[in-house]
Design a protein around this ligand. Sequence first.
Ligand SMILES: [Zn+2]
Length: 149
Amino acid sequence: MAIFFTEAPEVEEIAAQIVPTTHPHLTYAKMRYVFRSEHTKSQGREIWATANLLTGRTKFLSGGYDFLIDVAEDVWNTLSTEQKFALIDHELCHCVVGEKEAWAIQGHDIEEFTAIIDRHGLWSDAAKEFAAVVEERVWREIHGENRAD
Ligand SMILES: [Zn+2]
C-alpha cells in the first residue's frame, strides 16, 4: 500500500510542550511535524519516527522549514501518552545547533547490541554513562519517584 503523509497536530502539540523547557534552542527553528501512514523498516528494525534536516532544495520546497519530524501514524496510535512524549522528545534530541551555528542532526548517545553488553559488560564510556542513567532511573521507578520527568 502506498505511503501517504498528513498533518500531525497531536505531535505538534506535544512538541510545543517539550521545546520551551527541554529543547529551548528549537524555539528559533522552523519545525514541521507530519504523520506518515505506516512505519518503515531499516536494517531489520521498525522506524517509528525520523528527524530530518531540511536544506537547499527541500528547505525551499517546504516553505523554509529547518527540520521535518515524521511519525509513523500506525505506531503512534498504539502508544501511551508517556510513550508519545518520549518519542517526540527523542526526535527533538536529534535537532541541534552544529558547526558554524547551523542546524544539524545529532546521532544517538549510544549504538550498541544488548548481546554485547550481556557478554562483555560496560566496555565503553558510552555504555557506562547509559547504564548509570538506567540504574538511577530503575531505582527511582522502584521507589515511585516522579515517573514523568
Ligand atoms: Zn533516534
